[in-house]
Write a protein that binds this ligand. Structure first.
Ligand code: OFO
Length: 169
């Protein structure tokens, strides 16, 4: 059985994962109407789907442990960007926020001696390490490329191979 405080904290995480899904959906939609960003478009549609799965995993866990998962209201995320660099900066910023939130949850689980939740959260800890690594790498690549058009072409072509592992879904 989840404590009230753990249930509330997990429900906050549900909202954060939903917000991640919305944010990446908006990035996909923005990229889709830019010329030549097919790879980036698919990358963010796929990221958005992954975040929805992360949200669902939490919802199922909360309910299975005797709590009540609250489906959150949706906030409109950032929908337009001055350029690709900003998109990926926001991506990294968002992932760092999610990682910090997961860390707080792990801390709470240990403080409450809720080892079942602690065990459940390890999947998210691993996932966040991978997503942060990927977001940093993509930002570094864009930094190197700068305004070089052929570099951006290759970036867009190669990004699909950088999607998270399939078991990250
Ligand atoms: Fe939910 O995986 Fe990142 O945010």
């Amino acid at each position: 059985m989840l404590s009230q405080s753990m249930q509330a904290a997990l429900n906050n995480q549900v909202a954060l994962e939903a917000q991640s899904s919305q944010a990446y959906l908006a990035m996909a939609s923005w990229a889709e109407i830019q010329p030549g960003l097919d790879g980036v478009t698919e990358f963010f549609y796929s990221q958005s789907e992954e975040e929805r799965v992360h949200m669902l995993k939490l919802i199922r866990f909360i309910n299975e442990r005797g709590g009540f998962a609250k489906v959150p209201a949706l906030e409109q995320p950032i929908i337009t960007f001055p350029g690709l660099k900003r998109v990926f900066e926001e991506f990294l910023k968002h992932e760092l926020t999610v990682s910090a939130s997961i860390n707080d949850l792990v801390h709470l689980a240990l403080a409450e001696k809720d080892y079942a939740t602690h065990n459940f959260l390890q999947w998210y800890v691993t996932e966040q390490m991978e997503e942060e690594r990927q977001a940093r790498l993509l930002n570094d690549k864009l930094e190197l490329i700068g305004e070089d058009k052929s570099g951006l072409y290759l970036f867009d072509r190669d990004i699909m191979q950088m999607r998270g592992s399939e078991d990250g879904k």
